[in-house]
Ligand binder design. Structure first.
Ligand code: 5AD
Ligand code: SF4
Length: 486
């Protein structure tokens, strides 16, 4: 019987995709996913350290896992991700039941580390590698065709050279490195052949893709190109119908990228563009390298290129020295942009970052108050945006059952995402087969809720029982089970 593994994944999409990469390596090494941690022989924790709370999560998990490890002799426990990179050997020394620690550049070593653990060896591997071979992973195992049916992440660059003063990522993910386009395009073709319709390009500063090579005039040699050009090449991949990317940095949002939104139909009309703050003083202290006016100018150009574009963002409140007036500047930018959605956070000091040493740390109660005010404003903006969709027709990529339909009696409650990345829930008449996850389907938006939209088939009228109208001409099939990431 093959050994069984499970992975707990915390943090961003990059981590989710790293877990997929590790799972793929383990599959090639003969492991299979456990249905539950209680039956796993190997348990990995893929950690996040973006804020202190995320980091603390690891320590409480590890404490609780002593029992898991002791329950069955031979069980192996490993820790990877950003906390592993940041803390390295310290985690191994602190938790005697932990077998190995692997950094963000060492995914490929995991199968070997598991084997060594079986022989009683405890080790930490957190060396940063600057070579391109980190992108040379085996092709996705066929068991992964359906990890997220119809959709897939695709790494285009890794690392970050920006060193925003609040952010630990340059320390946990290392220096910026862009993957040669041939590998990216080859992976996109392989994914499309397996039925992937939507790719999300990943990179810490994804639109900085190729910039170092271009600046040094060695892009041809490195096999990279400008990010806008890469989007054009990817859009030409047969079968790829939607392209998303995350997260761009405003500094690298050039005309070619804006034009890509106007000219390339496959590029989704959605941009997640982190703002962080609307105050120039705070932006300078964060070392973000743009002003609020420059950010607004990008939004303006995007809206001119693609008037229906949805813009989402990340915001930090309570950065050291942020005054009430600075905070109000942030609210003003949010209202001006009318963000479709935002992720907002209280500033959290991170080890070895410049901001952690700054004076003027904000009282946590005040920071909480600002967060609540900002989230209130965003709720209103989101609902207003959702209401503007009512009556429109859209195409959604079916993801599976909606959160509301966990019960057996409502099996036809489905969810998907529109091109703007909004969640659309819809119900199909019970007698129709459910469309497979990964199918593109046309719907009319009939209702807006604070968090999502409600759609219905354009032809769903009482008494009408015609087959599903699928945009891509595939036959309706009963929903395939979604393989969990871990
Ligand atoms: N404190 C709070 N939020 C942070 N982020 C990054 N570092 C910190 C920090 N130290 C937020 C930023 C970033 C998002 C992924 O997390 O908004 O865009
Ligand atoms: Fe962190 Fe700034 Fe790099 Fe984004 S651009 S990962 S916020 S340092």
């Amino acid at each position: 019987m093959p050994a069984l593994y499970a992975v707990r994944t915390y943090g961003c999409q990059m981590n989710v995709h790293d877990t997929e990469k590790v799972a793929n390596l383990l599959h090639h090494a003969g492991f299979r996913p456990a249905t539950d941690e209680s039956e796993a022989d190997l348990l990995l924790i893929n950690t996040c350290s973006i804020r202190e709370k995320a980091e603390n999560r690891l320590y409480s998990d590890l404490g609780a896992l002593r029992e898991w490890k002791a329950a069955v002799p031979g069980r192996v426990l490993g820790v990877g991700g950003c906390v592993a990179q940041q803390e390295g050997d310290r985690v191994l020394r602190r938790f005697s039941h932990l077998d190995f620690v692997f950094g963000t550049h060492n995914l490929r070593l995991v199968p070997d580390m598991v084997e060594a653990a079986g022989l009683g060896e405890r080790q930490t591997m957190t060396d940063e590698h600057r070579s391109l071979d980190r992108f040379d992973l085996p092709e996705r195992h066929e068991a992964f065709a359906g990890t997220t049916p119809g959709r897939a992440f695709l790494t285009v660059m890794e690392g970050c050279d920006m060193f925003c003063t609040f952010c630990i990522v340059p320390r946990t993910r290392g220096r910026e490195i862009s993957r040669p386009a041939a590998g990216i395009l080859g992976e996109a073709r392989a994914l499309a052949e397996r039925g992937v319709r939507e790719v999300t390009l990943l990179g810490q500063t994804v639109n900085a893709y190729g910039r170092h090579d271009l600046k040094r005039g060695r892009d041809a040699e490195a096999g990279t190109m400008a990010f806008g050009a890469l989007l054009g090449e990817l859009a030409a991949t047969p079968g790829i119908e939607r392209i998303r990317y995350t997260s761009p940095h405003p500094l690298f949002f050039d005309d070619a990228l804006i034009q890509a939104h106007a000219a390339i139909p496959e590029v989704c009309p959605h941009v997640h563009l982190p703002l962080q703050s609307g105050s120039d003083r705070v932006l300078a202290a964060m070392r973000r390298r743009y002003t609020a006016a420059e950010y607004l100018a990008i939004v303006e150009r995007l809206k001119r290129a693609r008037p229906d574009i949805a813009i989402t963002t990340d915001v930090i409140v309570g950065f050291p020295g942020e005054t009430r007036a600075d905070f109000e500047d942030t609210l003003a930018v949010m209202e001006a942009v009318e963000f479709a959605d935002s992720y907002s956070f209280k500033y959290s000091p991170r080890p070895e970052t410049a901001a952690a040493e700054m004076g003027g740390q904000i009282d946590p109660v005040e920071a909480q108050d600002r967060l609540a005010t900002l989230q209130d404003l965003q709720r209103g903006l989101k609902l207003a945006g959702n209401r503007r969709c009512v009556g429109t027709e859209t195409t959604i990529l079916v993801e599976g059952q909606s959160a509301r339909s966990a019960g057996a009696d409502s099996a036809q409650q489905l969810r998907g995402r529109d091109p703007y990345h909004r969640v659309v829930n819809f119900t199909l008449p019970g007698e129709l087969p459910a469309p497979a996850a990964g199918t593109l389907l046309e719907l009319r938006i009939v209702e807006a809720t604070p968090h999502s939209l409600i759609g219905e088939r354009t032809e769903d009228r009482p008494g009408v029982k015609d087959p599903l109208r699928l945009v891509d001409g595939t036959t309706p099939a009963s929903r395939e089970s979604e393989l969990p990431v871990s």
